[in-house]
Design a protein around this ligand. Sequence first.
Ligand SMILES: [Zn+2]
Ligand SMILES: [Zn+2]
Length: 835
Amino acid sequence: MNPEQNADIESRNTLFAELLLPVPVPKLFTYRVPNHLSHKVLIGQRAIVQFGDRKILTGIITAIHDHPPRDYEAKYILEILDDFPTVADIQLKLFKWIADYYLCTMGEVMNAALPSGLKLSSESRVQIHPAFSLEEREQAFSEKELILIKRLMNESLDYSQIVTLLGVKHLYSILKSLVGKEAVILYEEVKEKFKPKTEKKVRLTEAYNEASVLETLFTTLATKPKQEAVILKYLQEVPLLSHPEKNKSGILKRKLLEGDISESSMNTLVKNGVLEEFEFIVSRFEEEALPSQPPIQLSVEQQQTQYEILSGFKQHEIVLLHGITGSGKTEIYINLIKQALESGSQVLYLLPEIALTTQIVQRMKKIFGTTMGVYHSRFSDNERVEVWNGILNGRFKFVVGVRSSVFLPFDNLGLIIVDEEHDASYKQQEPAPRYHARDVAMVMGQMHHSKVLLGSATPSVETYFQAVRGKYGLVRLDKRFGDAQLPKIILNDMGRERKQKTVKGEFSGVLLKQIEDALSKKEQVIIFQNRRGYSPMINCEDCGWVPKCINCAVSLTYHQFRNALVCHYCGYKQPLPQNCPTCTSTRLKSVGYGTEKLEEELTLHFPEATVQRMDLDTTRSKTGYETIIDQFERGETNILVGTQMITKGLDFDNVSLVGIFNADRMIHFPDFRSYERAFQLITQVSGRAGRRDKPGQVVIQTSNPDHPLLLTILKHAFEDFYNSQVADREAHDYPPFSRLIEVTVKHTDKKICRTIAQVLSDSLRTSLSGAKIFGPGEPMVSKIRNQFLMSILVKIPRSSHELASIKQKLVTTTQNVLKEKEYRNSRIILDVDPV
Ligand SMILES: [Zn+2]
Ligand SMILES: [Zn+2]
């Protein structure tokens, strides 16, 4: 914020504000600032406005001036929600960059950026704050507020229900006041309703919180030493004689019961009205002080690496740390984060969605304590608001988070770490903004003049390219921590095994033997198959019928556990038929295999072993993922079968064997990134084997044991892999040698969809002279949720200086096509840098 600018504004009279609203319209909206607010209006504050006839929205003030709009009468701002800006100047700049680069509106960026608790609107729902108790604070509320609070005690309400209840036109002032008094919280969807974490506390009832009454109590308790001990312990923890007000917050029940204190005696005291129990809301971010960690001892290699990173930062804003799996990158990160925090700046540590589990969070918490915030999509909206505000008020200097943390209100970043930078989950697919958090982080770095450290054992081709040509610094760490060895990889020839008839079900003889060996040594096994469900397809052996989704152009996956055929694109479900609906044959065969089938076969082959499965189906609940990981960590599970979830950021001590299925399918997937993805996935999952002191084994089942990609994986030869990829991409003009924009046309009518795609690609060929247009063509899945799809690929040479103008022309051309009356019901999606 520029203070002079604001001082200047104060001296003027009628003010107007430009508002950014969470609507997909590519413009700002001008509103008039009421006189009584003109002294407090600031850029970055949130304001409540009327939008259209009936809607109430929260907008962000992006500019303040004194020019009334020319062609319409500006409406008044209804209320300003903040005393200080909620969105920093530098964030508005970033939002603008994201909107321009990823071809979406600022409103869409704002919508993705702000947790719904910060966006009071007519869509908001209101619930009572879980920590709120009316008895204590009744006098603090107005009559209308009390009516609303009493009703909210029983149920949550939406905006219009409250309007009816209170008989008022607008609620913003009442809600603002109630949110400010921490009596209610806002949320957007029913599923987001905030369920707080609570703990039981104990305190003296009011009657007993007085010295004279306590004295009498002790006389009565003289014959009841156990009860007396409870009260003495309480008084020891809560110094009531000097601070009687401390009774109100009481003490944690489990704390009171520590030592020799009897629970039944405590219960008797509760029954007799001496003590009372109450529920207490625990902030998820205020856990008790954890035992402090001994300082991290870096190995010689780690120290050297840290030194190289720091000297890399002297010449480059961005440094890539290419450290093999198990090389101990996290310890280096922790040291760098500490240094950055000590110098007074903020730090953001980005992780892919699923890697952000308790494992890493707990480890970091032990070191950084309560100055560290965690930003996770599994958190409720309310918790996200807590992190947002915690950054604004300085409580959190350091945030560990997933891709959406790039939207948080940092104003002074000194270091951004993007761990597992190659991970595709950094890219948002739907809805807009379709941003890539790694790339946004690099732009953030520029804006904040902060350093950016990208880390990976398998860097993306694009990133490595920039590092090799010297645009980023490059630091290598190619020794595993503590002299651990890289796993030994076996390319298991399935063709030969089939000839020799050593394959049982989906498992090769070699893999079965290895599993048996590992289990006999009480070591753990990971089986990787990147496909969930039982089998990806059911097929009638007599007529060839295959069950397909009624909404999408895909075959249904058979899930044995639910005994249903399920569409992985739209969720459509139907029971498995007994007979083929076409020829009534009962010979329905499952084709291929997913994690469910492998789990079943493993239980048959190894009845003594405990087998667990980790995929989307077993981890839907908030704690499903953690539970499976914890059980595996504690050694309660012998074999873990899973999809790519098991490849990410997990660190197990006792895994000696990893089995990999379907490497062939990964390699032959028709996409220019398929080799890269296969290399990354297989290397990452192999890296779970044999960390610490045990060398691991990896068995890859393949029909192409001589495939060059598998041979580079076998030799852990990242450089060879990278060189062949770069040569290939250069020859075919793919990134990093070009930039791609994928244009997808969607329409419920197949013919219209095709026509629009044709018209659009023709006009793009004329208007975008600096780019190459491919298509239109049908994507691999040509219908999803009853929408037909056609795609067009725009390739722009890396060297092009016209990127911005080409993008602008692309948007205009698209808009022109959509103006055609019969095309209006279609959607055209522009995906910049698709992944
Ligand atoms: Zn049939
Ligand atoms: Zn479907």
